[in-house]
Design a protein around this ligand. Structure first.
Ligand code: URA
Ligand code: URA
Length: 178
């Protein structure tokens, strides 16, 4: 499962690996976390099909002996899939990459020593392309605190600014305390 969306998009989202729903439907980010990602994309003012969405891993990590469980990809698995991601980057040439969660950040930047809580909201670079690390939508589903939604949203505002997209006053204020 390589990715989905517009190959001419300036904006590319990179996740970790397909889960069960994605495996079944052959499309990245279609399960619960994916539906939240779609809402975030829409809240940014895009349609899902006008951005590009991919994962570090192109297939679901196997979980021998387990009926379910989305284990973290092994470094060798990420290495194996990297050429596909590089080929995608060559074709898409995004202006900005959003790295969703710690594993996506590790897949792109390698082990940085800084955790995702420290890295998020701070521009990084991958092969000359600005990378914005943020929390994975699955994290937002587990931790529904407004403050966490706001953090992800502030990262997305930085992305919109970098892309030179207009930001409405209303958009700036999403997920702030009343
Ligand atoms: N989580 C991911 O990181 N990628 C998907 O495609 C789905 C869930
Ligand atoms: N929509 C959400 O539900 N959460 C976000 O962080 C952004 C948009």
């Amino acid at each position: 499962m390589f990715g989905v969306g517009d190959v001419d998009s300036p904006l590319m989202f990179v996740g970790e690996a397909p889960g069960a729903d994605e495996d079944e439907q052959g499309e990245p980010f279609v399960g619960k976390a994916g539906q939240l990602l779609t809402r975030i994309i829409q809240t940014m003012g895009f349609r899902r099909d006008t951005v590009y969405i991919a994962n570090i891993l192109k297939c679901r990590p196997d979980t021998p002996g387990q009926t379910m469980g989305n284990r973290k990809p092994a470094p060798e698995e990420m290495q194996t899939c990297l050429p596909y991601l590089l080929a995608q980057l060559d074709i898409i040439e995004p202006k900005v990459i959003v790295a969703l969660g710690a594993t996506a950040v590790e897949g792109l930047l390698g082990k940085t020593g800084d955790g995702i809580t420290k890295l998020r909201g701070r521009w990084q670079q991958f092969r000359g392309v600005p990378v914005m690390p943020t929390y994975h939508p699955a994290y937002l589903l587990r931790n529904e605190a407004l403050s966490e939604k706001r953090k992800v949203w502030e990262d997305m505002l930085l992305v919109l600014e970098k892309l030179g997209r207009p930001i409405k006053e209303k958009q700036r204020n999403y997920f702030l305390k009343a």
